[in-house]
Ligand binder design. Structure first.
Ligand code: NAD
Ligand code: IPM
Ligand code: MN
Length: 350
């Protein structure tokens, strides 16, 4: 049986997951690790970004670590066969509806952010992004030619009470183990799905989580507050699209998009999907320049949340801290280490 399924993917995906694998082999040498094609490379080989076999392997593993998918090469592929569609199908197929995206500012990187040190020093902010609903999955969805010329494109935002409630529950539960504060971000001022979102979160809070501080915030204001005063946030729960955008902004607070890991979780006992939040970074792919820490920290989350290896996870985390304190920096962090050298710095710190 596979413990950890690795899906390196495209672009920098294979470069950063290779370093995560080296770390896994040291801290948990007995883990059964398997690797499969996924994304554009799977499309090239099998005509599909996610084959049935790979989805079955993902559901049968204890945890899945994905690198990144996508790239110019597949931009012209049919939409349902693009690497990104494979990722959406993987998330939906694994039913991982709650995506935890922790924006943590490591002390050693407090000066690497584009924001002033005092704004980000000590930052520990968790975004809980709804991952299997909303406009990413709503139908109808199409582009059509108009008789009068031009085209019309339609995407649909859909949320049900149950979908909102289960992800909000994850946010409240997490907050109880942290600083006990949840912000719920939506656009209830313009969207019906936003109105329902606010109603369901308010209800659940009243019924079961009245001990947690809850604040509703409009998503546009949330974006502004994240760059104005990010340390006011503990946990933020939001929908699929807003969560995608807000988490890229939050990532930059930590010094680089290459720092932010994520864990996508479903029902207890089901495998989690772990992925850096960054993409395949075509601009630096193949050059050994990418920061592998988001992938290594995603492994750390997998060890902790799905693989029951808290001790190994602690070791990985401590090694990342030590490597950064020792001055290890890839180019995105203002340094000159290659992807491989950063992996080695973490291994040396283990
Ligand atoms: P991106 O995240 O790939 O890159 C944005 C910028 O951040 C680039 O300048 C890149 O060099 C930099 N960057 C990203 N990760 C880095 C790392 N680990 N180290 C150093 N620098 C890093 O976003 P994009 O350019 O908008 O998208 C490129 C492709 O990736 C697209 O095909 C997109 O669909 C896909 N994508 C995939 C995922 C995923 O697989 N989870 C996530 C986002 C984007
Ligand atoms: C992410 C990415 C994906 C998303 C894409 C590649 C489908 O941007 O994981 O943040 O939009 O969810
Ligand atoms: Mn994204």
């Amino acid at each position: 049986m596979t413990d950890l399924l690795l899906l390196p993917g495209d672009g920098i995906g294979p470069e950063v997951t290779r370093q995560a694998r080296r770390v896994a082999e040291v801290v948990a040498p007995d883990l059964a690790i398997e690797e499969r094609l996924f994304g554009g490379c799977s499309y090239d080989e099998h005509g599909l970004p996610l084959t049935e076999e790979t989805l079955a392997a993902a559901k049968a593993a204890k945890a899945v670590l994905m690198g990144a998918v996508g790239g110019q090469k597949w931009a012209g592929a049919p939409r349902d066969k693009r690497p990104e569609a494979g990722l959406l199908n993987l998330r939906a197929g694994m039913e991982v509806f709650a995506n935890l995206r922790p924006a943590l500012c490591f002390e050693a990187l407090a000066d690497a952010s584009s924001l002033k040190r005092e704004l980000v020093q000590g930052l520990d902010f968790m975004i809980v992004r709804e991952l299997t609903g909303g406009i990413y999955f709503g139908s109808p969805r199409f582009i059509e030619e108009l008789p009068e010329g031009g085209k019309r494109a339609v995407d649909t935002q859909v949320y049900t009470t149950a979908e909102i409630e289960r992800v909000a529950r994850v946010a409240f539960e997490l907050a109880r183990g942290r600083r006990n504060k949840v912000h719920s971000a939506e656009k209830s001022n313009v969207m019906d799905s936003g109105l329902l979102w606010r109603e369901v979160v308010t209800d659940l809070h009243k019924r079961e989580y009245a001990d947690v501080e809850l604040e509703h915030i409009l998503a546009d204001n949330a974006a502004m507050q994240i760059v104005k005063n990010p340390k006011q946030f503990d946990v933020m729960v939001t929908d699929n699209l807003f969560g995608d955008i807000l988490s890229d902004a939050a990532a930059q607070l930590t010094g680089s998009l290459g720092m932010l890991p994520s864990a996508a979780l479903g029902a207890p006992g089901k495998p989690g999907l772990y992925e850096p939040i960054h993409g395949s970074a075509p601009d630096i792919a193949g050059q050994n320049l990418a920061n592998p820490l988001a992938a290594i920290l995603s492994l750390e989350m997998a060890l902790r949340w799905s693989l029951d290896r808290a001790e190994a996870a602690d070791k990985v985390y401590a090694a990342v801290v030590r490597a950064l304190e020792g001055g290890a920096r890839t180019r995105d962090l203002g340094g000159a280490l290659t992807t491989e050298q950063m992996g080695e710095a973490v291994l040396a710190a283990l």
